[in-house]
Design a protein around this ligand. Sequence first.
Ligand SMILES: CC(C)(COP(=O)(O)OP(=O)(O)OC[C@H]1O[C@@H](n2cnc3c(N)ncnc32)[C@H](O)[C@@H]1OP(=O)(O)O)[C@@H](O)C(=O)NCCC(=O)NCCS
Length: 179
Amino acid sequence: MPDAHPLTDKTIVRPERGEDAKAIEALLDVCFGANRQQKTAYRFRENVAPITALSFVVEDKDTKQLVGTIRYWPVVMPDGTPSLLLGPIAVEPQRQSDGIGIELMNYSLAKARTLHYASIILVGDAPYYNRFGFVRDVMLGITLPGWVDENRFLGLEIIPGALSGQKGMLGKWPSTPTF
Ligand SMILES: CC(C)(COP(=O)(O)OP(=O)(O)OC[C@H]1O[C@@H](n2cnc3c(N)ncnc32)[C@H](O)[C@@H]1OP(=O)(O)O)[C@@H](O)C(=O)NCCC(=O)NCCS
């Protein structure tokens, strides 16, 4: 597979393909519950496609079973500039704490940096995401159109000031047309 790269000892990472959709949904249901779509972050994903160049899956090297997924969505900063909403990221429960999540984060963040976005944001556990440089304090001027635990609303500035200089509501990316 030309686009596949080793991720950990036992896994590879490759771009997501159409036929992965069912396995990804099943993995997200297991990791986040079937009610996950009611979360505020999902408002930014409705009728908007994830960024193809930043949608990856992790496969077991031997069984080819899908054991991890990560996607990023485009969002609009209060000043109208684009940003990336990271997530969901999920690792199959029996394969968690084996380094897959950290490697998948580092792999995808490196790719995201090549796409020249000024910032990346997410809603997630600070103790996990702090290690990648995501922090709360740059997000204090940005609000969301729904409830989130504010301590989980985190950001990473690729260009200094790209988040801390914002004031106002995070916006949804224009809907992706369906043909
Ligand atoms: C969160 C998740 C993607 C991490 O992937 P993973 O492959 O299990 O994690 P890794 O093996 O790469 O990293 C393990 C490290 O992260 C820590 N960690 C894992 N999940 C964590 C969390 N929710 N909060 C804080 N630390 C966490 C582990 O304690 C471990 O730390 P250590 O290296 O200091 O021992 C994965 O566990 C998952 O899909 N969980 C279910 C969904 C979820 O709970 N998401 C919450 C985050 S938004």
